[in-house]
Write a protein that binds this ligand. Structure first.
Ligand code: ADP
Length: 140
């Protein structure tokens, strides 16, 4: 199976509750390796740009507000089947639907404050990694 890279975020609702280590540990225990990581407090403009695909959705304003409300840990994760594996360990968008043992089941507060982000496909992973990291910041 191919080694992939995916983009992950530990969102402000989670950094606020000091869950950076707990969430990173779950990612690492699932077989993913953190090959880039930094803490950013994104501006509204950066959040709008990152989530531009959702700009017509009713929750867009709430999403931008929440993502610019505090620090986020942006990460690149590497491993076998990293995109699907990360989505699996994150759990469903709504924590009420998330499977036992997933990050969102364990830590998310609501569908809006759901603690983590993960790319959903190879093309979005590539774009999202490039949005936050230069090649020299990724050390495999
Ligand atoms: P995922 O993060 O699981 O890929 P989506 O791409 O559908 O989910 O949505 C992006 C983010 O927008 C979600 O993680 C969540 O923070 C927010 N969001 C999605 N749906 C809603 C909703 N109905 N109400 C509030 N926020 C939402």
């Amino acid at each position: 199976m191919a080694i992939e890279r995916t983009f992950s975020m530990i969102k402000p609702d989670a950094t606020r509750r000091n869950l950076t280590g707990a969430i990173t540990r779950i990612l690492e225990e699932s077989g993913l390796r953190v090959v880039a990581s930094k803490r950013v407090w994104m501006s509204r403009r950066e959040a709008e740009g990152f989530y531009a695909v959702h700009k017509e959705r009713p929750f867009f304003g709430e999403l931008v507000e929440s993502m610019s409300s505090g620090p986020t840990i942006v990460q690149v994760l590497e491993g076998e089947n990293a995109i699907a594996r990360n989505r699996e360990v994150m759990g469903a968008t709504n924590p009420k639907d998330a499977a036992e043992g997933t990050i969102r089941k364990l830590h998310a507060l609501s569908i809006g404050e759901n603690s983590v982000h993960g790319s959903d496909a190879p093309e979005t992973a590539k774009q999202e990694i490039a949005y936050w990291f230069s090649e020299t910041e990724i050390v495999g």
